[in-house]
Design a protein around this ligand. Structure first.
Ligand SMILES: [Mg+2]
Length: 136
């Protein structure tokens, strides 16, 4: 049997609990990093994975209008941004997607991907406290 495909978010998931790295390293899954940040800008993921999907990169690829704030963080219409993880998971046939966002789950309705929302009780407000790495 082929490996199950696992999608994992970085911010609020991988960067908050080492259990997700263990899961990715288990060898049980084909591992897809499914995140906002571009692959070359990330300094969190330090383990092998099979594919990387960046919403930011995908927006660039599609020519979607992107605005940048004073810290160079991308902003895209949520109507476009928030559905891209679901679109990727559908296209790739991801079996399980682990994410902490309350915004993305609605777009998984009707898909075969199981969207597991990680409720991170330790997470700080990383977008506001400057810990978001995309700007660096
Ligand atoms: Mg997240």
């Amino acid at each position: 049997m082929d490996k199950l495909k696992l999608g994992i978010d970085i911010h609020g998931v991988i960067d908050q609990n080492p259990i997700f790295e263990q899961l990715a390293r288990s060898g049980l899954f084909e591992v897809h990093i499914v995140t906002g940040i571009k692959e070359e800008l990330d300094d969190v993921v330090d383990f092998p994975y099979d594919k990387w999907f960046s919403i930011h990169q995908e927006c660039e690829n599609r020519g979607v209008a992107i605005q940048y704030d004073d810290k160079s963080r991308p902003w895209v219409d949520p109507e476009i941004w928030d559905r891209m993880k679901a679109e990727y998971c559908e296209k790739e046939g991801i079996h399980i997607m682990i994410d902490d966002s309350p915004s993305y789950g609605q777009y998984f309705e009707g898909l075969s991907t199981a969207y597991l929302r990680y409720e991170n009780t330790q997470r700080t407000n990383w977008r506001k406290d400057g810990k978001y790495k995309e700007s660096e």
